[in-house]
Design a protein around this ligand. Structure first.
Ligand code: NDP
Length: 263
């Protein structure tokens, strides 16, 4: 199947690692022009250099941006338009989860988490909305989490914020139609830097990576018996961002190895 992304412009936030990195690489593989952002310039520049060598510097643009910084996001949008002349798809992927129960989540932690989850959507959508509209085939896809529908008490504020974001996306899929489609993926456990960091902080330093991840999949009762790979989330993000998904809006695709228990 041709996704129809050749020479289209795809923006990926949080593109220096994990799911975002895999998505940016796959978009380039499809012939798209890709604009990448993340906060850390060093890691992002290394990624951009590698991608430029593989796919041509004329297809790659990277800028260090914190998606919560309105000025920086607006400047990024202007720079992307200046560089590529159009934007066809925005993949809002930047972020991370917060592990805390209600008892140990302070007001500041609540505010930070709500700000991260909501404004990592709101700021880039505001900044790219007009360009997406004028592209004639605008698409927004968000990386969200299964926690939106299946909250976990040990991630109380992340779960709550994820549910709110899902509601926001559904509203936007109506308000921005028919010019811009809005969809999301709901990920379960994907083997990215977030889990690598938790593995590195494991209780038993003698436990190997393979054993630690296998143990985690068992504890979480993942029917497919393992964590997902970033590419497995990236394929769904890219499909929803592409003209191949032209009649899909307001939808969410679960990428969880079957971990959800709702129907
Ligand atoms: P990674 O830590 O591997 O990648 C996160 C990326 O986002 C990095 O490039 C990071 O770069 C960037 N980033 C983080 N915060 C910001 C910010 N404020 N502004 C710009 N860039 C930012 O994690 P994943 O690939 O797992 O995460 C991708 C998304 O998937 C996240 O939103 C995460 O919450 C979500 N998710 C992942 C799950 C999983 O199991 N992996 C489960 C549920 C949801 P830098 O730090 O340099 O900014």
């Amino acid at each position: 199947m041709d996704l129809g992304l050749k020479n289209k412009v795809v923006v990926v936030t949080g593109a220096s690692s994990g799911i975002g990195l895999a998505t940016a690489g796959m978009a380039l593989e499809e012939g798209a022009k890709v604009a990448l952002c993340a906060r850390g310039a060093e890691r992002l520049d290394a990624v951009a250099e590698k991608f430029s060598a593989l796919y041509g510097a004329d297809h790659v643009f990277a800028q260090a941006v914190d998606v919560l910084d309105e000025g920086a996001v607006n400047a990024f949008a202007a720079a992307v338009l200046d560089r590529f002349g159009a934007v066809h798809a925005l993949i809002n992927n930047a972020g991370q989860g917060r592990v805390s129960t209600f008892a140990d989540t302070t007001d500041d932690a609540w505010r930070q988490e709500l700000e991260l989850k909501y404004f990592s959507q709101i700021r880039p959508i505001r900044a790219f909305q007009e360009a997406l509209k004028t592209s004639g085939q605008g698409a927004i896809v968000a990386t969200n989490s299964l926690l939106a529908y299946q909250p976990e008490p040990h991630m109380v504020c992340t779960s709550s914020a994820r549910a709110g974001v899902q509601s926001l996306l559904k509203s936007l899929s109506v308000e921005l139609a028919p010019d811009i489609r809005v969809n999301s993926i709901l990920v379960g456990l994907i083997d990215s830097n977030q889990w690598q960091r938790r593995f590195e902080a494991r209780e038993d330093p003698a436990q190997t990576r393979d054993d630690w991840f296998a143990d985690l999949a068992r504890k979480k009762n993942i029917p497919l018996g393992r964590l997902g790979q970033p590419e497995e989330a990236a394929r769904a993000l890219l499909f929803l961002a592409s003209p191949a998904a032209s009649f899909i809006t307001g939808a969410q695709v679960e990428i969880s190895g079957g971990i959800s228990r709702y129907i």
